[in-house]
Design a protein around this ligand. Structure first.
Ligand code: CP
Ligand code: NVA
Length: 302
């Protein structure tokens, strides 16, 4: 089926990504309520604040009706198969979005769905977050081509989507990850081939942040990894974004975090609550970015 799904940033071309960014920033009234009288299913296997609220409000702003469903209510492969859930919901809704533990569930949904499937976070990626991150950096830093982004910490779902988006915008990418938690060589080449100005990985947070215009981090223990907490707290102990990490950055660099954050673990209070932090703007941009994506999937162009 030739349906536009959004499981990863790479489901968008660089041109599509630019269109989504434009759609995210135009007056809502100019988008023409493309979801009028249409439903959007939002299925969550994990907790959420930003993703649920931003998606629900984006659907409302486009004239649609969001229906929130907890993962245990649909019971993927427990109550019924992923494929049956998807085919049935596709008859009620014009978009189905899901936050899942296993990315393969989204791929199975996309394989049988007659409407777009949106990834609202999986173990593999978090592309809706990356749209808001890119939007925020474009607004704060202007043209991103040849600017530098640093990711400090775990090369996780949020990191993968962020660097894909940054690569499509032609940025220099610097990863600072503990040994065993970074991107492998194949992944580094894949990101470079998406159009990044350069991709480099370091095992020091201070080195990775050198010259960065934006420094990003995320939790060291993602949802579903709770059993690894004690080990991760040791392995990541030198990767807290503090004033020393920020001291190496470019002038007027900004700090970003997808949230929720743990002050004193992956970032100090001084940094996340300081003048360089843009985390609140970034979180608010989740709604604008989601609206831009939904409009794009409904065929609105800019
Ligand atoms: N950043 C993000 O996805 O937040 P939630 O888990 O609260 O949705
Ligand atoms: N990496 C985190 C992001 C939460 C928004 C997680 O998967 O839990």
């Amino acid at each position: 089926m030739n349906i536009r799904h959004f499981l990863d940033i790479t489901d968008l071309s660089a041109r599509d990504l630019g269109s989504v960014m434009n759609l995210a920033q135009v007056e809502i009234s100019s988008l023409g309520r493309p979801l009028s009288d249409k439903g959007v299913a939002l299925i969550f296997e994990k907790p959420s604040n930003r993703t649920r609220h931003s998606m629900e409000m984006a659907v409302v702003q486009l004239g649609g009706h969001p229906i929130f469903t907890r993962g245990e209510e649909v019971g993927f492969d427990q109550r019924e198969t992923v494929e049956d859930v998807t085919r049935i919901m596709a008859g009620y809704h014009h978009v189905i979005a899901a936050r899942v533990f296993e990315h393969s569930i989204l791929q199975r949904m996309a394989a049988v769905s007659s409407v777009p499937i949106i990834n609202m976070l999986s173990d593999h990626s978090h592309p809706l977050q990356a749209l808001a991150d890119l939007l925020t950096m474009r607004q704060e830093l202007g043209e991103l081509r040849n600017k530098t982004v640093a990711w400090i910490g775990d090369y996780n779902n949020v990191a993968r989507s962020l660097v894909e988006a940054c690569a499509l915008d032609g940025m220099h990418i610097r990863l600072g990850c503990p040994d065993g938690y970074g991107a492998n060589e194949i992944e580094l080449s894949r990101i470079a081939n998406l159009g990044a100005a350069s991709v480099n990985q370091f095992s020091s947070a201070q080195t990775a942040s050198t010259g960065a215009h934006a420094v990003h981090t995320d939790v060291f223990v993602s949802m579903g990894q709770e059993a690894e907490t004690a080990k991760r707290m040791i392995d990541f102990k030198d990767f807290c974004v503090d004033s020393e990490v920020m001291a190496n950055t470019a002038k007027d660099a900004i700090f970003m975090h997808c949230l929720p954050a743990h002050r004193g673990v992956e970032v100090t209070s001084e940094v996340i609550d300081g003048a360089q932090s843009r985390v609140v703007t970034q979180a608010h941009n989740r709604m604008h970015a989601a609206r831009g994506l939904l409009a794009h999937l409904m065929g609105v162009t800019r």
